[in-house]
Each structure stands twice: as C-alpha cells, then as structure tokens.
Design a protein around this ligand. Structure first.
Ligand code: HEM
Length: 232
C-alpha cells in the first residue's frame, strides 16, 4: 500500500524537480544572453543594473554558474534509479565529475555571495550558510561512497541536490517579491528582498530534503546491489 502510494508521489516529485531545474536553466540562458555581449565587448552595463556585477566579474560569476549547471543537470541522471541500475559505471564516472563541479561551484557561491551580492548582507549570510552546507554534503557524500556506505551516500547526495535545486525556488520567491512590488531587479531597488528569497528558498529545500529522507521511499534493491560493487 505504502509502496503503491509512493509510486504516484515519486512521479509528482520528479515533475516538481523538472520544473525547478527548468527555471534554473531559463535563468542561466538569460544570464548568457545579457552578460556575454558585455563581457566580449568590454562595455559595462549601468552600475545599478542586475547584470553589472556578472559583466564586471565574469570569472568568479561563471566559475560558479557553469559548474553549478553541470552539477544540477548531471544530478538528475545520478538520482534516477533507472540510470543507476543500467549504467553503474557511468554513475561512478559522472559522480566524480559532478562532485568536482559541485565543490567548485559551492566555493565560488560563497565567494560571489561575499564579494558582490545583489541582496547585500542578507544574501551574503545565506550564501555562506548554505554554500558551506552544500560543500559539506558533497564531501560527506563522497566519503560515504568511498567507505561503500551507499545508504549514507544516498542521503548526503539528496541533501546536496536539494540545495542546488533551491536555486530555482529562489527565483520563484524573487518573482513573488517583484509581483508584490517590494523588489525591483531592473533598477536595483529593494535588494534585501533578493537576500530574503535565498533564505526562504534554501531553508525550505533543506527542510524538504530532511522530510523526504524520513518519510520518503526506502532505498530499493538496486541501491543494495550498488553496495556490493567495487569502491569508487
Ligand atoms: C549547484 C547548483 C547551482 C546552480 C546551477 C546555480 C546557478 C546560479 C545562477 C544561474 C546564478 C545567476 C543568478 C541569476 O541570474 O538569476 C547564480 C548566482 C548566485 N548563486 Fe548559484 N547556483 C548553484 C548553487 C548555489 C549555491 C549552493 C549557493 C549558496 C547558497 C549559490 C549562491 C549564489 C549566489 C550568492 C549568487 C549571486 C546572486 C546575485 O547576487 O546576483 N548558488 N547561481
């Protein structure tokens, strides 16, 4: 009975995950379209515009964003039971790439959040707390699988993914605050609400990950089979 109800819910979880990953992908595309011309020509946008910081500091910004996108999109495959059961070697190889990408993106998330946060100290605080949490989850997830503790590996990687996916929910909150008129991205007004979006989204995602790990589906036989494979 519980098994059957989770089969339906699992589909719902994947739909939400897909929508949020889609939101991140759209904002990544928007970044490229708005930043690349300025980076290439060296013409800086207005200093109070949102994109100014991305054009003025493209290296830290894009060493955060591009590996972050690699992590987020690659993790969609890693978390799919079907992919793991059919491509275990691929899961291991991709996993090494994604952990490296995630660590790079996480370190630069903290750097960007401290160096040029649009949302001021509120955003800096969130970037430091959740950036460090993201790094911890990746390190512990990697360590667990090296010990062949697949259950702990699964838990830490779900936590890492939940934070990465939170980037989509941040944008949802930013949209809500723009709609109610307390935040204006275009002219840099009300920027603390940008930082508040970070806190609301990432606290929610960390909490949802914990709830999923407590009441979500139990790991199936595929994951146990991984446990007896060679260490990565
Ligand atoms: C791992 C997956 C991640 C992806 C794909 C990602 C993607 C992005 C993108 C696309 C932006 C540009 C913002 C925009 O144009 O809307 C951005 C900015 C930023 N991200 Fe991430 N990110 C990830 C993880 C994180 C984590 C874990 C943190 C830490 C909380 C973080 C902190 C930041 C900060 C502080 C900014 C600068 C926001 C600003 O002031 O403009 N990111 N990220």
């Amino acid at each position: 009975m519980a098994m059957r109800s989770w089969a339906g819910r699992r589909r719902g979880v994947w739909v939400v995950v897909g929508v949020l990953a889609g939101v991140v992908l759209v904002f990544f595309a928007v970044r490229l379209v708005t930043d690349v011309p300025g980076v290439v020509t060296g013409v800086l946008p207005r200093a109070d515009s949102f994109q100014y910081r991305y054009v003025a500091h493209p290296v830290p910004a894009y060493v955060h964003i591009v590996p972050g996108m690699v992590f987020l999109l690659g993790a969609l495959f890693q978390l799919s039971g079907r992919f793991r059961s059919r491509h275990l070697v691929g899961h291991r190889r991709l996993g090494r790439v994604l952990v490296t990408a995630g660590l790079l993106s996480g370190v630069l998330a903290v750097v960007v959040g401290v160096w040029f946060p649009f949302g001021g100290p509120t955003e800096t605080g969130a970037a430091a707390v959740f950036g460090v949490w993201f790094l911890i989850t990746l390190v512990l997830g990697r360590r667990a699988v090296r010990r062949r503790d697949v259950l702990a590996h699964r838990r830490w990687m779900i936590r890492a993914f939940a934070v990465a996916l939170g980037v989509g929910t941040i944008r949802v909150w930013v949209g809500v605050f723009q709609l109610v008129g307390v935040l204006a991205i275009q002219d840099g007004r009300g920027a603390p609400w940008f930082g508040v979006s970070f806190w609301l989204a990432l606290v929610l995602h960390v909490a949802l990950a914990e709830a999923y790990l407590r009441v979500g589906p139990r790991p199936g036989p595929v994951r146990r089979r991984v446990a007896v494979g060679p260490a990565v």
